[in-house]
Design a protein around this ligand. Structure first.
Ligand code: ACM
Length: 508
């Protein structure tokens, strides 16, 4: 029986080598009721294709008592003091497997750990002949941060709903719970807005390199959001303003100070576009946009970008941000903005900042990020030199960019500490960690996989697992667990970057 290896590392894990493993067999059942039964259905959906077993999800109160080969999902709000809103307990042994949590989200994370206890072939989508054993273990686990994000830029290259759902299926493996969608940029506008058909007409007509671009229908966006929510992922839509707006400026002439529509843009420069921040047309536009995006998005957040607005008059930028964050709040959402927006000292209450400078803050980034905290907000940390997934891994990486202090190795992505970046900004002001994937060089789902994995596993461990020095962040330990993940990536059909060639070995 292989040792127990899980990413992210659980808070408390005891493998019990002397105990008989749990074994899933033809007659195994998943016992769960109420909200736990929905998580049970997701678990059954993972286990059925490779085992070929029926694995009925049954209500334990009107079924035979749990047997040695059954998996029981137990939801008990009384566990909240111990396990919190996302924690869980998992017991795997010869007399059964039991997953316990105070919330359905906690059970879902227990499921993500349980699937890692089975042989990698459990992830295949066709029937395999394996002994479906999970080593005996007792795990008690809860996350360090409530925000464990991945960002997908669907503006530079458009990714259709199936590709986004596929990405969701992948990121949940590592207990990611936020999907930030970068929906608008110079090269494309991807979300429909009532009364503004040219945003998803002219504005969505292309992408980097001149491809066909595209956009979601309202139904498609709603479907992505619902698919994410079923998997305990909050979708955070980003409408990047006042810069990064060439697509909008190409769609509506009156958004430009000279009343002339811009040409669609298919290059990869940044910082050249800006809304005309003082015009009535701009504020009418933003009111319609934020109203529509808020109405289409059940989650509490709306991201307004605010980065790299190099052609917005600097004296007008803080006022723009103050007014835009207030408008988002008026439409009932919590505003989020990249750290440059910290130039405003009049942010809407509770505005969240997203830090994207380096682990060693460059220029005045620390001051700008700290401005959110000084104004009562919190921070999401996405230090570009370690957490940006679009950066190359090494000199031979065929796609990706190298600007952010790159290349960024898997080890670089793993060896940093969120509490050590900004003086005075510790866990109580840090909402969490997010890894953005910008897609200037990323055109296919396989490209997404290659740049995202395994670095997202490293970022997820930083976001989930206990901070050092309580447990320590040990590269050797992590890379050992990661090596054992390659058969799993392979079974999942994820072509992850593999620096040590373990995916071609027989490691299981
Ligand atoms: C950014 O990378 N411009 C947020």
């Amino acid at each position: 029986m292989s040792p127990v290896r899980i990413i992210p590392q659980p808070t408390d894990l005891h493998a019990i080598a002397s105990e008989t493993p749990f074994t899933l067999v033809e007659s195994s059942r998943i016992l769960a009721t109420g909200a736990a039964a929905s998580v049970g259905d997701l678990l059954a959906g993972i286990l059925r294709p490779s085992t070929g077993y029926r694995l009925p999800v049954q209500d334990p109160t009107d079924s035979d008592p749990a047997g040695a080969a059954d998996i029981t999902l137990h939801l008990d709000p009384a566990d909240a003091p111990d396990l919190g809103a996302e924690g869980y307990r998992l017991v795997s042994a010869g007399d059964g497997a039991t997953l316990t949590a105070a919330t359905p989200a906690g059970l879902f994370y227990a499921v993500q750990s349980l699937r890692q206890l089975f042989p990698a072939a459990i992830e295949r989508r066709s029937v395999q002949s394996e002994a479906w054993q999970a080593p005996a273990a007792v795990i008690t686990d809860r996350p360090r941060f409530t925000w464990r994000g991945a960002m997908l830029d669907v503006a530079r290259h458009f990714f259709d709903p199936d590709a986004v759902k596929h990405f969701i299926d992948e990121i949940v493996l590592f207990k990611i719970n936020v999907l930030h969608l970068h929906l608008t940029d110079d090269q494309g506008w991807r979300i429909p807005i009532t009364g503004r058909p040219e945003l998803t007409g002219i504005g969505a007509s292309t992408e980097v390199g001149g491809g066909p671009g595209g956009s979601y229908t309202e139904e498609e966006y709603a479907d992505i959001v619902a698919y994410a929510a079923e998997r305990f992922i909050t979708v955070v839509p980003e409408i990047d303003v006042p810069g990064h707006t060439n697509a909008a400026l190409s769609a509506y002439a009156d958004l430009n100070a000279d009343d002339t529509a811009r040409e669609p843009y298919t290059g990869i420069d940044v910082g050249f576009s800006s809304l005309d921040v003082d015009s009535a047309s701009t504020w009418q536009f933003l009111d319609e946009i934020f109203r529509s995006v808020a109405a289409q998005t059940p989650g509490p957040y709306l991201h307004i970008g605010g980065d790299e607005s190099h052609t917005t008059p600097p004296e007008q930028f803080p006022g723009f941000i103050a007014r835009a964050t207030a408008l988002v709040a008026r439409h009932g959402k919590i505003p989020i903005a990249w750290h440059e927006a910290g130039r405003s000292r009049d942010l809407a209450p509770g505005t969240i900042g997203q830090y994207w400078s380096f682990v060693e803050p460059q220029e005045n980034a620390a001051e700008l990020a700290t401005s959110f905290v000084e104004q009562g907000g919190s921070l999401i940390l996405s230090p570009a030199d370690v957490a940006y997934l679009d950066i190359t891994y090494d000199e031979s990486t065929p796609i990706g960019q190298a600007w952010a202090g790159g290349p960024t190795s898997v080890r670089d992505a793993y060896e940093w500490e969120p509490g050590a970046i900004l003086a005075g900004v510790t866990d109580d002001a840090i909402l969490g960690v997010e890894a953005p994937l910008w897609t200037e060089t990323v055109a296919t789902p396989a490209d997404i996989d290659f740049l995202t994995f395994p670095r997202l596993a490293a970022i997820a461990e930083i976001a989930w697992s206990v901070a050092p020095p309580a447990q320590g962040r040990d590269w050797e330990h992590f890379s050992g667990r990661l090596d054992s993940w390659y058969p799993r990536f392979s079974a999942l059909g994820i072509s992850a970057f593999d620096p040590s060639g373990v995916s071609s070995s027989t490691l299981e």
